[in-house]
Write a protein that binds this ligand. Sequence first.
Ligand code: NAD
Length: 364
Amino acid sequence: MSDLNLLCLPCDGIGPEIMGASVEVLNAISSLLDLSVSIESGFVGLESLQRYGTTLQEDLLLKARDEFDGVILGPMSTMEYPSVSEGGRNISGAFRLGLDLYANVRPAKSRQGIRNKGPGMDLVIYRENTEGFYPDRNMYQGCGEMMPDPDMAISVRKITRRCCMRICRQAFSAAATRRKRIAAIHKANVFRMTDGLFLECFRDVSREFPEVKTEEILIDAFAALLVRQPEVYDVVVTTNFYGDTLSDLASELSGSLGLAGSINANAETGRCMAQAQHGSAPDIAGKNIANPTSLIWSLAMLLKWIGEHRCDPSLSLAGSMTEIAMDRVLANPENWTKDLGGDISTDEFGRRVVAALRQLPKLP
Ligand code: NAD
């Protein structure tokens, strides 16, 4: 029996819809494998702003850190949030920093049957998650963005050796268990100090992993190469903002942003938060047509991550079975949501993943 306490925060836009489907899948795999999983829900985002005057209550963040094994966070409508002083806190930024979830792991792979621009694509982007250009998390005090006067805005980017070393180490460790190839994405020809420091760390860590073949690629060239030959790349490591952008590109190339799973994790503490790569998709919110694969895959990744960290094979198995069931459902065009060219609803997709789970042979 595994004891797993998860905090589930549906958040904004399509969040409640894709969370509903994901929780249904979680309940199904828990009962199939006889796992003891407890799920507590909370309000964050616009609902929390209305109820409590803030998009994220500090108590909830502390509770997530101290009382839960993992978090499942839905997407935020950040563009609709008021300023921080008016309660508009960036929730994922606060969780990533507050729980020190420094590695944002974002896979993208082409799947059997799904239209994609890169057959044979199977890559994972390791994005640094706690500094970089993000002004709400790159300062000890104050904010990394400022307006000296109404016609001038300045943004500061912070890159530290500590954060570069740990994300590179995570990415190399992953590459060593995959196809043993890693690409560092940078713009050190212009950002000589910041991206230069990142590259220096990448080269330092590479000496610990002589079996992993390395490449260093400028971000502008990489955007083109990713479209041209996505199947070539295995592990990609980069700083915060580049990783955010490139992972959306990679997921769309694999078929849809709706397929974009991810976790935010810390290898030392074992803390993990599942969170789809995409935003709250207000254009399709409330229509029950969003693709919940992104959050279901994120959930599977979270189960595997915690399973590996705890050396708990039943949680790892739960994650693997969830991924297998999800892939089987996606392989049949009759199961596709609108973004993939089908007409299945969000909750029906969740039910089909549950049915596929129940058809899987019980693995040892
Ligand atoms: P978005 O990622 O929400 O949507 C981009 C496109 O992808 C839209 O056409 C949308 O319909 C589609 N899409 C996204 N997820 C999908 C899914 N699961 N199934 C099917 N289609 C899907 O980006 P946006 O429209 O630029 O931003 C909307 C809001 O999300 C903004 O307020 C933005 O600030 C916020 N945002 C939040 C996060 C986050 O929570 N981590 C990330 C990015 C953007």
